[in-house]
Design a protein around this ligand. Structure first.
Ligand code: PLP
Length: 301
């Protein structure tokens, strides 16, 4: 895994999915009731879950939704870092569920602002699908930068529960001291090693290339369907889509055997579904299900 992520082994901790990495980081850096966790909703739910379990105050800076994209107010993050008691900042890039990614320049700016105050965690669960690439080049420069990677997405191994924390060796040492004894079961380790053979990596690269191509085709097709209000640009293997009637869209997809992620309970996403990019056949099934009878009227974009 160190080879895969291009770090020396002392900069890597194998975890039970990146979920365990998130939990270890909050437990390592946040004293209960005192040290805060900064998140930018709508975002992956485990950051808040781990913060609550640790009783770490949660500071939420909502993403701005304008111009058809979600963006993070970097100045607001800098202000929180300067005045608050935040010890862990979670950035998700590409973001689940918005699909948007931060540039290296943006990450560098926030990591600099956090120097001496907090660790900045860039969750790169979907980075293999992104044209922007990993923040790995910044890792050697900043000991308070942490990256999360996983075999669950691009390597299609979610059930094996194998992820990795990439960080300064001292940070890795602290996280290791907090983790459970013998955390990775041997069958999971075997599956991970199989996923890392040259042949399996070639296959994964092929799947990623297909997903990216299919994603772009699916964006176009969805934008032509009545009742689809907005399709957000995506650097991940899923699309965030607003519907005039998300309930009708969800039911129609379900009836066609397509299960999508209902994100309507997340802030700012009351009319949205998150649709994973599938094979060409699966994507056609999505389009057919949504287009076959007109969805309730909506603005297309
Ligand atoms: C952004 C993000 N981070 C982390 C995870 C957790 O992945 P795992 O624990 O399977 O590595 C997910 C899973 O959906 C995710 O979307």
């Amino acid at each position: 895994m160190a080879d895969l992520y291009q770090v020396p082994p002392e900069r890597l901790l194998v975890t039970r999915g990146s979920d365990e990495g998130i939990d270890l980081l909050v437990r390592a850096f946040c004293r209960a009731g005192l040290d805060g966790v900064l998140i930018a909703p709508p975002c992956f739910g485990m950051y808040a879950v781990s913060a609550r379990v640790q009783n770490a105050p949660l500071v939420e800076l909502p993403l701005d939704d304008h111009g058809g994209r979600f963006s993070l107010d970097l100045t607001a993050v800098e202000d929180v870092l300067a005045h608050g008691d935040v010890r862990v900042v979670f950035l998700c890039s590409p973001s689940n569920p918005t699909g948007q990614a931060l540039s290296l320049k943006e990450i560098r700016r926030l990591v600099k602002a956090a120097s001496g105050k907090a660790v900045v965690v860039v969750d790169e669960a979907y980075v293999e699908f992104s044209s922007i690439g990993s923040a790995r080049p910044l890792l050697d420069e900043f000991p308070h930068l942490v990256l999360l990677r996983t075999l669950s997405k691009a390597h299609a191994l979610a059930g094996a529960r194998i992820g990795a924390v990439l960080a300064d060796p001292d940070v890795i040492g602290v996280l290791r001291s907090l983790s459970a004894p013998y955390p990775v079961p041997a069958p999971s380790a075997s599956l991970a090693l199989e996923a890392l053979t040259e042949a399996a990596q070639r296959e994964a690269k092929g799947r990623i290339a297909t997903a990216v191509k299919e994603r772009d085709a699916l964006v176009k097709a969805l934008r032509s369907i009545d009742g689809v209000v907005h399709v957000y640009p995506s650097e991940g293997n899923f699309l965030l889509v607003r519907f005039a009637d998300a309930n009708a869209a969800f039911s129609r997809l379900l009836a066609a055997g397509v299960v999508v992620r209902d994100v309507r309970t997340l802030p700012q996403l009351g009319d949205a579904l998150r649709i994973s990019v599938g094979t060409p056949e699966e994507n056609q099934a999505i389009i057919t299900a949504l287009a076959e009878r007109d969805l309730p009227e909506g603005r297309t974009s």
